[in-house]
Write a protein that binds this ligand. Sequence first.
Ligand SMILES: *[C@@H]1O[C@H](CO)[C@@H](O)[C@H](O)[C@H]1NC(C)=O
Ligand SMILES: *[C@@H]1O[C@H](CO)[C@@H](O)[C@H](O)[C@H]1NC(C)=O
Ligand SMILES: *[C@@H]1O[C@H](CO)[C@@H](O)[C@H](O)[C@H]1NC(C)=O
Ligand SMILES: *[C@@H]1O[C@H](CO)[C@@H](O)[C@H](O)[C@H]1NC(C)=O
Length: 533
Amino acid sequence: MSHRVWCCLSLWLVLALLLIIRGGGVRAEFYSSVDSMQDLGQLELELLNATRSYLKAQQQQINLYRKFVEQLKREHVMAMDLIDLDEYLGHPLHAFRLIKRLVYDWDALHAPVVENKPREDYRQVVDSLSKEVGFPDLSELQGAVKGLARLQRVYNFTAPDLADGIINGFFYDSEMDWRDCYEIGVQLFDLGEHHRSLEWLQEAFRLLRANPEMKEAEKPQFIADIREYAALANFELGKPTRAGTLLEKVLQTEPTHPARHIQKYVDYRDLAGSNKHEKEPSWFGNYSRLCQGRRLPEKGSGTSLRCFLDGKRHAYFTLAPLQVEQVHLDPDIDVYHGILTLDQIDSIFEAADKQEMTRSGVAGDGGTRTVVDLRVSQQTWLDYESPIMKSIARLVVFISGFDIAGAEAMQVANYGVGGQYEPHPDYFEVNLPSDFKGDRISTSMFYLSDVEQGGYTVFTKLNVFLPPIKGALVMWHNLHRSLDVDPRTHHAGCPVIVGSKRIGNIWIHSGHQEFRRPCNLTSDSFKSVAYRE
Ligand SMILES: *[C@@H]1O[C@H](CO)[C@@H](O)[C@H](O)[C@H]1NC(C)=O
Ligand SMILES: *[C@@H]1O[C@H](CO)[C@@H](O)[C@H](O)[C@H]1NC(C)=O
Ligand SMILES: *[C@@H]1O[C@H](CO)[C@@H](O)[C@H](O)[C@H]1NC(C)=O
Ligand SMILES: *[C@@H]1O[C@H](CO)[C@@H](O)[C@H](O)[C@H]1NC(C)=O
């Protein structure tokens, strides 16, 4: 009996798993933000809790059945061995007990087996979690894998290091097993990242071979699975001979492996047509180098850049002077340290929490937004009505000397696994949204978190990288004084490696600044922007 119960239990677990896999599609895009990843962490804790309760309840029931069965066995042993059955049942007390058992006891035992309350409880938890939070689907998994691939590309991490939990020379307690590596390899293959797919499949192979927990006899079938994908990846990379060798090996050990059908795919496939090379864009070299915190040496660099205290820019800063760090001259990029207190940052998050975050898109004409991979973050917009946002706006006005009128609401963004923005200017130049008065003349970027590793802001044409420092503000002009766009201001957010990156952006528009920043064709300097009351 207990055997059957366990069969039924494992069947149910399989069903639950199917439910989990199929239950997706409720809310996509978990991986693009650490905040929503926290929801998933909570979800798993609750599943774990529910599963533990389920197992405990089942165990209690099984113990009950076992006790009952033991008792009956004793009765029957007595009936068979000590006295014969006729004589046993001829005893009125025994007859009574048999009938009583069949009337009450068995019935009491049947009911919970049929009803299976623990299973119902479990199902309810899964149902409600799936409604409230939603389970991630395959596209989420692919998103997370893409994030990993992005980290590898930008930071030059190898699959073996990542699999061992080594990131940038730091060891994290997060080693992967061969199945994780295999899954990443498969997803990368589906994404067309064949080189990297192969790297992960090799890692899966290495880990599987070295796995002491699996019986040697079980390994060949999994090795065949790995080789199948490795063959496909080699094939896509234009190495049909290597692919053929791998396929042969698969079929030698596992003659019935589904890989035998791949030969057809290989035979009919047009090699020439698929030789698309993953070529990096022209900015990638600068971007990758700066994201890794490496600058190109410059002649005479550093000498003219200064750090200084500025108490004169506005009366507001007399007692607490601005801590200014120049990071580039012409175009000027300045970092203002210690601008926001921790309390102010918490207040911003509170305001942001009240609004739904949405996946960043690229603003197109007519206000349409398309979600694309080059911008992986989630964001929300805060206007300047609340006390905290009023004070933020005041800071930006006092520091920049610009008028906040017509500025866009502050954009608060949160970057998750591999979260990044590829190089872009902040100005529009063409197709200005209809509610804009002028282009985005200046950017004020507040760092609302520290990032454990990665997540730098880099200016790819200026040889500048900025690690996020919580509470600091970076400010620059996107337009020349002539109001022509300044393409040197192309900048990017590097992928977050470890941690969570939060920033707040305020874009001021040129249309309201006639009196604040008179057009001047010769100078873009900050210092010529005097604040006027
Ligand atoms: C875990 O489950 C029990 C009973 O199902 C419940 O009382 C408890 O609140 C749950 N704990 C968490 C953290 O969800
Ligand atoms: C990437 O790392 C490898 C060693 O792991 C090194 O040989 C190679 O030059 C690096 N490439 C770049 C672009 O940094
Ligand atoms: C790369 O950076 C250098 C300065 O460090 C710059 O001169 C060059 O134009 C940049 N290349 C690209 C493609 O942005
Ligand atoms: C433009 O800026 C330069 C340098 O700051 C200054 O000498 C000049 O007077 C300015 N011209 C106008 C028209 O404001």
